[in-house]
Design a binder for this molecule. Structure first.
Ligand SMILES: [Zn+2]
Length: 351
């Protein structure tokens, strides 16, 4: 009897976890139908579609758990993490990335109202009154007006819409589906370092363009090593926390900094080596194969002003920079995208 009592109260919680973690509730001794009942009324992904409970089955009332009293203490110990209640905020969880230090874990969310896609860490504010409390695999714990809510990863691949990230002309180029054919690992080179070989796979075309550009930049110039961050994983496809980086055409590169011991540091005035960073960007742009470069708007300002001081005219810079037209302007190859203060992101064209 005690067991049934628990099942009725805890079933929504257990089911929610089964959905969130993709696990099977049969293995832990819970009756299989408990999980089916559990997902009634939840909004935790495709497997959480409302399920008709067997008539008369214990706990078959929809939302049995939503208004239930607190389960007894021993009942709650069945549940490792309770993604309940699911948030009703219009947010989609696209990816999570764990870290040894939980404070460094990241979640990539899309705000369904604004179309903004951004990466968050615990403590970050998503919108007014909404904050990230913690991030686990496929699960984000939120504080919404002081109440704890949960956001689970969608099992349906989230498609970008024309309104996302404010750039209607960006979406056509994203081509998020498909995999990387003929992808190869970026080979080592004397002028650059590779942050992780796991994520340094690219199309042969990208590798050739990237190496040529870096070589042009380095030619006859005293320069620190260029630091290459993520490109793609072997075979392509998604990997957290990136939205793109799927087809071997997106390359993260650290800004050139005055202090050569630093890498991937936030590029502020005095830290950023504007002259060398601008030279590196120009070498990349000179390939005429770059669709976009994502650079934080504040860093754009530093680079733009440096380019003017070097003698370029506003007319020459206009097709290149989004600055000074505002961080949401669909203007220029160099665009603002949140998260690009410590590196820039180069997207090469497909052909
Ligand atoms: Zn990137």
């Amino acid at each position: 009897m005690v067991r049934l009592f628990h099942a009725a109260l805890v079933a929504p919680l257990v089911g929610a976890i089964a959905v969130a973690l993709g696990c099977d509730s049969e293995g832990d001794g819970e009756p299989a139908e408990a999980a089916d009942r559990a997902v009634v009324g939840t909004r935790l992904g495709p497997r959480a579609e409302p399920v008709e409970a067997e008539p008369g089955a214990p706990g078959s009332e929809p939302h049995a758990g939503a208004s239930a009293p607190e389960p007894p203490e021993d009942a709650t110990t069945i549940v490792l993490r309770r993604p309940w209640p699911p948030t009703t905020l219009p947010l989609a969880l696209l990816a999570t990335m764990g870290a040894k230090d939980p404070a460094s874990s990241r979640a990539t969310l899309r705000d369904e109202d604004s179309g903004v896609i951004a990466s968050y860490r615990p403590g970050d504010r998503i919108r007014e009154g909404v904050e990230v409390l913690s991030i686990e695999d496929g699960l984000v714990e939120l504080s919404n007006a002081g109440e704890v809510e949960y956001l689970s990863i969608s099992e349906i691949p989230v498609e970008l819409s024309a309104n996302d990230v404010f750039y209607p002309d960006l979406v056509a180029d994203l081509q998020l589906s498909g995999s990387m054919e003929d992808g190869t690992l970026l080979p080592p080179g004397p002028e650059y370092t590779i942050k992780s070989e796991t994520y340094a796979w690219a199309t042969p075309r990208t590798i050739a363009l990237l190496r040529d550009a870096i070589h042009e930049y380095a030619k006859g110039r005293s320069m620190p090593t260029v630091h290459i961050g993520d490109i793609s994983r072997r075979g392509g496809g998604p990997f957290a926390p990136h939205i793109s980086h799927r087809e071997g055409r997106d390359v993260d590169i650290a800004y050139v900094l005055h202090d050569r011991r630093k890498r991937f540091a936030v590029a502020t005035a005095g830290i950023l080596d504007e002259a060398r960073t601008w030279a590196l960007l120009q070498a990349l742009l000179d390939t005429h194969a770059v669709t976009y470069v994502f650079v934080d708007y504040e860093v754009q300002r530093l680079l733009y002003e440096h380019a003017l001081a070097e003698g370029m005219s506003p007319e020459q810079l206009e097709p290149l920079f989004q600055y000074p037209y505002g961080r949401r302007a669909a203007q220029g190859i160099i665009r603002h995208w949140k998260g690009h203060r410590d590196h820039f992101h180069v997207r090469f064209s497909a052909s």
